[in-house]
Design a protein around this ligand. Structure first.
Ligand code: 5AD
Ligand code: FES
Length: 354
């Protein structure tokens, strides 16, 4: 059995895709030996493309207002326990300036779907940041918008956009979201973003309620099809004030194994070892890098608001200064033989990859 599973992994490295039933088979038979085999292969692929560099992105969580009501998310609109905040344009600028002085060359502006941040307001922020830091990449992560809106934001200076698809199975999608949201629109947004020219990121939670092996296989096949520049995955972690507050979290083993598989499916992908991974295990992010990830996203949000951007319970790094976060992370990355890179860390598109 073990030999047959390893052969499937070899085929995946070669072809970058497997039939859905083979993905399901692999996921049903995760073992320490199989994970180690996958991690070694995935690390080799990542090293051959990006070397020992791990890219950093400074995350600025600028609003926790959200008009959506995703059942898993701590900042959903129905969570009346959430203390809402919105950073001012000056606060956002100061966070980026401080990040720049620490060496960050990519900023990720992430927030809930907050109507206050109209295209005009966001464009003003983008233009100001691009003017001040022309050598930096600007990434947005502000949910579903119209093509016109995405285009305006791109023209104002946004280079990249993160929008996790959350699950590529429509039944599962409707289990995680209210009827006002649809997988169809989510996927259309992703194709639009790519079409406009953004470096685009998709992704999903591992172990979200009702997720099956078949649904994950659909996620992997969708990722190959979309071929995004970035993929964000992390374990689902329950948040006590949401409808999924009593559900089980996703596991470390499955998340690490999936990071390895995604590296094989999209060899050049920019793949973060996420904060959620660091939350379910003290060495989660280091293990994520060793499984094939190559990005970390330290928190640059002002300290006063960090505890309010609680997508899930017990989120790490909410008490530290940005400089502490960076110092801590670079120590962690060096301890496993990698180094943090200060460069923009653009996606490398090789000739033969779609
Ligand atoms: N556990 C883990 N990840 C979560 N996210 C939202 N809520 C949770 C949770 N409870 C993820 C979603 C979203 C990203 C910003 O955070 O995948 O796209
Ligand atoms: Fe934030 Fe370690 S990365 S304290």
């Amino acid at each position: 059995m073990e030999t047959m599973l390893k052969e499937k992994i070899d085929i995946l490295c070669e072809n970058h895709i497997l039939p859905a039933e083979d993905f399901v088979l692999l996921l049903e038979n995760i073992s320490p030996e199989l994970s180690a085999y996958a991690a070694e292969k995935a690390s080799g692929i990542r090293d051959s493309i990006y070397g020992k560099d791990v890219y950093t992105r400074g995350l600025i969580e600028f609003t926790n207002y959200c008009k959506n009501d995703c059942y898993y998310c701590g900042i959903r609109k129905s969570n009346s326990c959430a203390q809402r905040y919105r950073l001012s344009e000056d606060d956002i600028f100061s966070a980026a300036s401080y990040g720049y002085s620490l060496g960050f060359r990519t900023f990720v502006l992430q927030g809930g779907e907050d109507a206050y941040f109209t295209d005009d307001v966001l464009c003003r922020i983008l233009v100001r940041l691009k003017d001040a830091f022309p050598d930096c990449a600007l990434t947005l992560s502000v949910g579903e918008r119209t093509r016109e809106s995405y285009q305006r934001l791109f023209d104002a200076g946004a280079d990249r956009y993160l929008l996790r698809h959350e699950t590529a199975n429509s039944e599962h999608y409707s289990f995680l979201h209210p009827a006002s949201m649809s997988l169809k629109n989510r996927k259309e947004c992703l194709y639009t973003l790519k079409d406009i020219g953004y470096q685009t990121g998709a992704g999903f939670m591992v172990g979200s309620p009702h997720q099956t092996g078949e649904a994950i296989a659909e996620d992997l096949i969708f990722l190959r099809e979309l071929s995004p520049h970035m993929v964000g995955i992390g374990p689902f972690i329950p948040h006590k004030d949401t409808p999924f507050g009593d559900e089980q979290p996703g596991t470390l083993e499955e998340t690490l194994f999936l990071l390895s598989l995604i590296r094989m499916i999209l060899p050049e992908v920019l793949l973060p070892a996420t904060t959620a991974l660091g939350t379910i295990h003290p060495k989660g992010r280091e293990m994520g890098i060793l499984a094939g990830a190559n990005v970390v996203m330290p928190n640059l949000s002002p300290r006063e608001v960090r505890k309010k951007y609680m997508l899930y319970d017990n989120k790490i790094c909410t008490g530290d200064e940005a400089a502490e976060c960076l110092g801590c992370l670079s120590g962690r990355i060096e301890s496993i033989g990698y180094r943090l890179s200060a460069s923009r860390g653009d996606h490398i598109r090789r000739k033969n990859n779609v």
